[in-house]
Design a protein around this ligand. Structure first.
Ligand SMILES: Nc1ncnc2c1ncn2[C@@H]1O[C@H](COP(=O)(O)OP(=O)(O)OP(=O)(O)O)[C@@H](O)[C@H]1O
Length: 225
């Protein structure tokens, strides 16, 4: 049975202006991402992984080609609307509001995206990700890296998005915590049907994903498990 893609890169190329000329960092990339799948993107430094993530998540528009969400060009939909309604992004720096508590970070994101459930739902999600009540109410700056990562994931989950992007999410976590994050990603994909797309340098994280894309010099050089 073929599954309709949730996200497509259609002949996507992207360049940055260098000192003398344009430098192409993504070259004619075409790929269809399906729901319910945990993808990892591997590749050497500078191969275009983060650029691919920022185009796919609507932070930027490609110089050439299209990004389609359920068949619709995200540029036509409006990048802000696409980002706010359909995707969540987790960066290594977590992008949390550090002076607020964990639970407030989650409820603020829910308010912005118009999702109901308030504090009760936020607490439930934080608890599911292993934070107790005291931790959920503490300013996020007082939490460890792994706990802050969980808050970022809870915030993404609270917004009911169907695509989750993460850029090196396990980069500064210890082995056990990184493994827990991988399990959260797998569960999200396999039990909630989320399309999870993670940029990583870790072969171990890639090994546990459903599909691995390897980028080399702006092209998908390899796809597989
Ligand atoms: N805003 C920018 N302006 C100019 N050049 C950029 C910009 N962002 C990225 N680049 C260049 O584009 C190329 C690809 O960068 P990108 O960050 O996508 O690679 P990456 O595979 O994610 O690397 P890393 O693993 O080191 O994070 C690099 O040569 C980088 O210098």
């Amino acid at each position: 049975m073929t599954v309709a893609p949730i996200l497509e890169l259609d002949s996507v190329s992207h360049a940055f202006q260098g000192p003398r000329r344009k430098v192409w960092v993504l070259k004619n990339v075409t790929y269809a991402f399906e729901p319910g799948t945990f993808y990892t993107i591997l590749g050497p430094s500078g191969s275009g992984k983060t650029t691919m993530l920022s185009l796919a998540s609507g932070l930027d528009s490609p110089v050439d080609g299209r990004v389609l969400y359920r068949g619709e060009d995200v540029r036509g939909m409006g990048l802000a609307r696409y980002r706010n309604r359909h995707v969540a992004t987790i960066f290594q720096s977590y992008n949390l509001l550090t002076y607020m508590s964990a639970v407030r970070n989650v409820t603020t994101a829910m308010e912005i995206t118009g999702v109901k459930g308030g504090k009760t739902r936020a607490m439930e999600l934080l608890e599911r990700l292993g934070l107790d009540e005291q931790e959920a109410k503490a300013p996020v700056l007082e939490l460890s890296g792994g706990q802050q990562q969980r808050v970022a994931i809870a915030r993404a989950l609270a917004c009911d998005v169907d695509i989750l992007f993460a850029d090196e999410p396990t980069g500064n976590l210890d082995g056990d915590t990184a493994q827990e994050m991988v399990e959260v990603f797998r569960e999200l994909a396999h039990e909630q049907g989320t399309c999870v797309i993670v940029v990583t340098h870790s072969q171990e994280v890639a090994r546990q994903s459903d599909q691995v894309l390897t980028l080399t010099k702006g092209k998908i050089a390899r796809r597989g498990r």
